[in-house]
Design a protein around this ligand. Sequence first.
Ligand code: ARG
Ligand code: GLU
Length: 719
Amino acid sequence: MRIIAFFLALGLFIFNNTVQADEGMWIPLYLGDLNEAEMQKLGMRITAEDIFSINQPSLKDAVVIFGGGCTAEIVSDEGLILTNHHCGYGRIQAHSSLEHDYLTDGFWAMNRSEELANPGLTVTLLVRMEDVTGRVLEGVDASMSEHVRDMAIRKNIENIEKDAVGDSHYEASVVAFFHGNQYFLFINEVFRDIRLVGAPPSSIGKFGGDTDNWMWPRHTGDFSVFRIYAGPDNKPADYSSENIPYHPKSKMNISLRGVSEGDFTFVFGYPGRTQQYVPSFAVDMQVNTINPARIAIRSEKLDIYEQAMNKDAVIRIQYAAKQAGLANGWKKWIGENRGILRLNEIENKQSEEAGFLRWTHNSPEGEPYQELFREFKSAYEAYKPLANSAIYLNEAGFGPEIIRFAGSFGDLVDISKDPQGGDKWQEEVSRLEKNTTQFFKNFNADVDRKVFASLLSIYHENILPEDQPAVLIDMASMYQMDFQAFADEIFDRTIFSRESAVSDLLESYSPNRSKKIEKDPVYKLARGFRDHYMKHLREEMQYLDNKIDSLQRLYMAGLMKMSQEGRFYPDANSTLRISYGQVKPYYPADATFYDYFTTLEGIMEKEDPDIFDYAVDDELKELYQRKDYGRFADKDGTMHTCFIATCHTTGGNSGSPVLDADGNLIGLNFDRCWEGTMSDIIYDPERCRNIVLDIRYCLFVIDKLAGAGHLLEEMTFIE
Ligand code: ARG
Ligand code: GLU
């Protein structure tokens, strides 16, 4: 009896273990071999080939990189794409002014001619990927120094990329996986004419703002709509009025059926960066050095921005995107630290490392790894103070916008003084002229003066005097280290606080005027910070970075060797991945239960006219009162807004398609729950949840609120 019970328990355990597949960001090329069976066991009704096929159109042809850091999906044969509101935010802001405030009021193109161009914005489609490890490591052997090895690899990669592109219009990039143990070649098609089609008002697209950011329960209608345009041959082209909507190989069909607890679901997108396999020393540095510094500095800066934004509508528009970006990282790091401390992750890693070390001594294969932790330890010990200095330099020293801006004149100065510079300075001047207009559009000198006083004083207090640029100490001493007085005077004296002064300089520029820049006090500071970095931080950090990279490569290889039959997924590296799991509620804290979906009722409950983040759109309220949800209502009669699932996601997954068991689109990924933001380092199935905008809420807003129902006619629905 006992034995049977034991086996039953074991069987159950194994069964549970194989269906409980929440952790992992898997490589689409290996889905058939590594994941398909498990995905189907969890409820998936399609095949790996339907998701990612080498030979025929598949879902992958409808997933794109949006701009530099988000994902989007193609939902029509006319190149229409959906991504998050926060991914389109910078673009929506760029089209906004007090007269046309698309951030506040939303924007909808009612026909193709009203769609707005976005210079510089690209959409990237994966054509194919291929394992090129053999070719990348050709001629590389274990006796090589890290530097020589690196050069050999770089050379090989260059050749592979050149070969792959040939004379096609494609772009190629080779990317390292498993910390340099495997390499893949990606062939991409990059579209350059991407137009804004629509965005809801921020009271919907950013509902809850930074108050709710990273949190569940959530009610954000976080979407925006764009369209890919191509040349008449359907290939990428620069913006032109002759361009036509792109005809994709594949598009996503949209399910209106909604989700239930336990449903299988997957996310298909471009997660940016995770660190699942780093040693305890790295986690310790993150939690105890890097995060606390970043959090402290940004808290100060955010306070200043927010006070100014609350008082002035122009400043609110000017600083909206900057503030959102700062606040996003700030809040994530706070959540990450809490999660890691709660899970005792440093201690857990230490005991895993003890196990690994035992293996290195007990197994004939373990020998090359025996010194790993000793070396990791000394590398991280040396790295920690440098990382701290670098964070203070970057976040506080370069925290005032004006210092960064003045610093951007460094190349002009260098070219002007270079006897071989010729007339290169003219090009640089016209680049700076463009930048200057851009910069001042979103700059307020009074706000930045406060930031200057506060952040430079934080920098000065937290960094040892001998590790600070001398020019900072010299200048601040003239004001008895009173940084407010320092800021007040320097903002009056510098040319970089006034657009007219900078434009005048550039308009009448000639190389002998570089002295005027060099004499400027803010430029001197910028140069001081930069030189300090170059002289005292850069080389040593690069050396240690390389050292740590090579140790990490070895450690990764060792981990894979140790657990022969284990299944590994590589850390995120901004390449296409699949995460899968289930729609599932969770317990965020003792005795607290969070259900798996939210509804419009929740928006009405949160409404608070005194809190900017909780203002509710009037038209939305009307639709709510009339319960006018049409075919977008859930079967329970309410309007579902968001839901959560156990898929393992990270930054970059924003805007990713969230699909159901049949491969139909059910939502847009846009966030993670705060209790689970440590999942970049350690995934906890109990508390890690991705947050998804229910596609039906998105369609409801487009159709009923924006009156842009014509867009829905391009889409295919599964009812
Ligand atoms: N936390 C989400 C992400 O990392 C959303 C950020 C944008 N929203 C905001 N309120 N700042 O991108
Ligand atoms: N909001 C994130 C993004 O921009 C996704 C949330 C996350 O980090 O998981 O990609």
